[in-house]
Design a binder for this molecule. Structure first.
Ligand code: BDR
Ligand code: CA
Length: 314
């Protein structure tokens, strides 16, 4: 079978970095057509730089990077340097990127690419706030049925939120964008913190990553250690979840994940619950499902797969 064509919209972020490297280490399964940078964990200029550094680390300077919207659709930008450090990729040591940002903006790139491709061919993965994809859907609604599937990291329901009591970071930063995407009718799979909290990265796994002997493993281990330090203040264990690579893990090995089709609404008005993903897990609203919501994960198998794929990179 031909590899699945994907575009990764991302705001790296150490966990975005693991996701990107996981995908690039899986060329027989996934063809990464492009990365598009969103503002999120850090401002757009930083995420666009980080994305290019990661492409070079993985030995894939041929994959283009398009920079998207510098701020959410309605609200001002909120960033998360307190999690990821000032560079967004604290813990690694990468040279300034040599490849350039593409001249075209990410939104027209998404529209052009989706309109030109056969219907149902391209999967869009979003690992940050969904501003770029939502803007593309607003500008050209005909892209919606052309998308094979959107797989997004974002939201939370039984676990509540991670930036407010009710909201997860990616949805909270741009709830209006999430509202557009969830209301679009596109085939949608959501990977919320209820699922990603089960993807706990252990110290032993980081040690194995460091021991792979390739440069990618070394740099990724550094990022993992930095990221885990923040996690140590949150969870009772030394382990800390890597959120975004669950999106790639789901594309590669969906049998490792469990979930349900649900109706999901995004809260865009209440000040207390802004950005909450209101998941009708029990089907009480009787509204037709608009999203596959993942909740379960075989974490050891997921981390084995990621290690195997990262080992293939330079
Ligand atoms: C999400 O927020 C970001 O900080 C991470 O990169 C991830 O995409 C987790 O809530
Ligand atoms: Ca992210």
């Amino acid at each position: 079978m031909a590899p699945r064509k994907i575009i990764i919209d991302t705001d790296p972020g150490q966990d975005d970095a693991f996701a990107i490297l996981f995908a690039l280490g899986s060329p027989e399964d996934l063809e990464v057509l492009a990365l598009t940078a969103s503002a999120g964990n850090t401002p757009l200029a930083v995420t666009a730089r980080n994305a290019r550094q990661l492409l070079e680390l993985a030995g894939r300077p041929d994959i283009p990077l398009f920079a998207g919207c510098p701020r959410p659709m309605v609200r001002p930008l909120i960033t998360a340097e307190y999690v990821h450090g000032e560079t967004g990729l604290d813990g690694c040591d990468l040279p300034p990127p040599r490849i350039a940002v593409q001249a075209e903006h990410a939104v027209p790139f998404l529209i052009r690419t989706l309109m030109d491709a056969p219907e149902g061919e391209i999967t869009v993965c979003t690992l940050g706030p969904m501003t770029n994809l939502a803007m593309a859907m607003v500008m050209e609604p005909r892209i919606v049925p052309r998308i094979r599937e959107v797989v997004l990291m974002g939201g939370g329901f039984f676990e509540g939120g991670n930036i407010t009591a009710a909201a997860e970071f990616n949805i909270f930063v741009d709830p209006h964008a999430a509202h557009v995407v969830f209301g679009s009718g596109v085939k949608l799979t959501m990977v919320p913190i209820d699922c990603t909290y089960k993807a706990r990265m252990t110290r032993q796994w980081i040690a194995r990553l460091r021991g792979l002997g390739n440069r990618t493993g070394l740099q990724a281990a550094g990022m993992g250690e930095f990221y885990q330090r923040y996690g140590n203040t949150k969870f009772a264990t030394a382990d800390y979840p890597l959120h975004d690579p669950c999106v790639i893990g789901y594309l590669l090995a969906p049998q490792l994940f469990g979930g349900r089709d649900c109706y999901v609404a995004i809260e865009t008005t209440s000040p207390e619950t802004l950005g909450m993903t209101v998941v009708d897990w029990w089907g009480v609203t009787k509204r037709p499902p608009n999203c596959r919501v993942l909740r379960d994960l075989d974490s050891p198998a997921f981390y084995e797969l990621m290690l195997e794929r990262l080992a293939r990179l330079p």
